[in-house]
Design a protein around this ligand. Structure first.
Ligand code: UDX
Ligand code: ADP
Length: 480
């Protein structure tokens, strides 16, 4: 029986291994993590991550051929294939600070694999890593191998949160990179056989190691670039009276461009986009390509500009001050259908408003108070360390109140900001919300989910990203 072990029971490792277990009943899959509380949660009725469809998959396989354990060494030593899906934070100190990936967790995982292995293993890079990580890992493993053969593969994950199970069931492609030696090709074939249980073979792409690693960074950079492109257009639309959704629709009808990923927003978030682009920038700089590095940097700059622009709109339209005013924040996750808040634009928007002394009342259907307080107290990049190594939030921020209901959040508020596109925000009783707010009542829609005309008819002053501006906003222009 083939045994698979995955180190790191996070957003990538958990769902990916659950789907492998479901689709390959004859393979035993163990997911291990140094975080005992995370493993306990995976073994409980309340999984540590929210992902539509995940519960059912886990329930079907857990205890049969899917196991969650904190006995990392035992499962690694028994496995034929070891996936590594640990944190790869951005370095905050030293060489490459603010850009390069910190490979501390990867390196310690690799050293542990070398220490405990007694049989040959295929080691698969699953978490996004900078190009050439495989080479570094290979060096650690082979220098400590005690005669054991380690084959390193890169098998980047392309799943998006909120649709992870669907993406895993029906991937656009599976990419496997490996060495171009007979042993490397054999390892690629072994992993291809796992995916071939449910993925059509023409969707399984094989390449060399570096191409696979770089493809992951490139794919995320291209996706993020589309969002920054449409967000850049949204600023121009507001300045000129065009409607960004009409522009996106018209542009996306060109089959060469396509309609997906053209929604203007308050900015992209998530654990991958910014980190991967920063990595790409660092690699370009290290390879003497400053022009290419600057090109990709601009994608992040526009994303930051979009968040700043949004905050400035709020403050300027509310008579240039939000000090002491209650502002309701609807949605804190970086997108709908996930409880994940990593790099969510809500953090920067909230921090911007707090900087102007606003009182925030935050509601997100999937994010709890502890997480929100921790996010707002944390420094940039601290989020991407295992939870037990993250700095504790010193004291909760007093200007922030987290509630479990959109109506409680908006009661007596001066303004409402929609920062995540949760479906429920489309169908709220906005008349009721308006009646319970201070006047003039403002709505700042950072996700273009509300029907502006209806809200204006109720009496709201509405700002929607990239849409023609209310006279009120035109009279109170924001300085970015
Ligand atoms: C992304 C990639 O899509 C996935 O392939 C990769 O494996 C990991 O990184 P994820 O971060 O989970 O996935 O979410 P994604 O759906 O890509 O959204 C990223 C951010 O972009 C979100 O904040 C989302 O709201 C925003 N977004 C997306 C927009 O602002 N506009 C869009 O049109 C699409
Ligand atoms: P991703 O989104 O890439 O899945 P997460 O942060 O959700 O990232 O998950 C990474 C997981 O890896 C965390 O649960 C963390 O505790 C775990 N981890 C980090 N280092 C190690 C290690 N050396 N051994 C086992 N687990 C580890």
């Amino acid at each position: 029986m083939v045994k698979i072990c995955c180190i790191g029971a996070g957003y990538v490792g958990g769902p990916t291994m659950a789907v492998i277990a479901l689709k390959c009943p004859e393979i035993e899959v163990a997911v291990v993590d140094i975080s005992v509380s995370r493993i306990t949660a995976w073994n409980s009725d309340t999984l540590p991550i929210y992902e539509p469809g995940l519960d059912e998959v886990v329930k079907k396989c857990r205890g049969k051929n899917l196991f969650f354990s904190s006995d990392v060494e035992k499962h690694v030593s028994e496995a034929d294939i070891v996936f590594v899906s640990v944190n790869t934070p951005t370095k905050t100190q030293g060489l490459g600070a603010g850009k390069a990936a910190d490979l501390t967790y990867w390196e310690s995982a690799a050293r542990m694999i070398a220490d405990v292995s007694k049989s040959n293993k295929i080691v698969v890079e699953k978490s996004t890593v900078p190009v050439k990580t495989a080479e570094a890992i290979e060096k650690i493993l082979t220098h400590n191998s005690k005669g054991i053969d380690f084959q390193i593969l890169s098998n980047p994950e392309f799943l998006a949160e909120g649709t992870a199970i669907q993406d895993l069931f029906n991937p656009d492609r599976v990419l496997i990179g490996g060495r171009e030696t007979p042993e490397g090709q054999k390892a690629i074939a072994a992993l291809r056989d796992v995916y071939a249980h449910w993925v059509p073979v023409d969707r399984i792409i094989c390449s060399n190691l570096w191409s696979a690693e770089l493809s992951k960074l490139a794919a995320n950079a291209f996706l993020a670039q589309r969002i920054s492109s449409v967000n850049a257009m949204s600023a121009l639309c507001e300045a000129t009276g065009a409607d960004v959704s009409q522009v996106s629709h018209a542009v996306g009808k060109d089959t060469r461009i396509g309609p997906k990923f053209l929604n203007a927003s308050v900015g992209f978030g998530g654990s991958c986009f910014q980190k991967d682009i920063l990595n790409l920038v660092y690699i370009c700089e290290c390879n003497g390509l400053p022009e290419v590095a600057n090109y990709w940097k601009q994608v992040i700059k526009i994303n930051d500009y979009q968040k700043t622009r949004f905050v400035n709109r709020i403050v300027s339209s509310m008579f240039n001050t939000v000090s002491g005013k209650k502002i309701a924040i609807l949605g804190f996750a970086f997108k709908k259908d996930t409880g994940d808040t990593r790099e969510t634009p809500a953090i920067d928007v909230c921090k911007g408003l707090l900087g102007d002394k606003a009182l925030l009342s935050i509601y997100d259907p999937q994010v709890n108070e502890e997480q929100i307080q921790r996010d707002l107290a944390m420094k940039k990049f601290d989020w991407d360390h295992p939870v037990h190594l993250q700095p504790m939030s010193p004291t909760s921020i007093k200007q922030v109140n987290v509630v479990w209901d959109a109506y409680a959040a908006t009661k007596d508020a001066h303004g409402v900001c929609i920062l995540t596109e949760w479906d429920e925000f489309k169908t709220l009783d906005y008349q009721r919300i308006y009646d319970n707010m201070r006047k003039p009542a403002f709505i700042f829609d950072g996700r273009n989910v509300v029907d502006e005309a209806k809200l204006r008819a109720i009496g709201f002053i509405v700002y929607s990203i990239g849409k023609p501006l209310d006279q009120w906003l035109k009279d109170m222009p924001a300085v970015a």
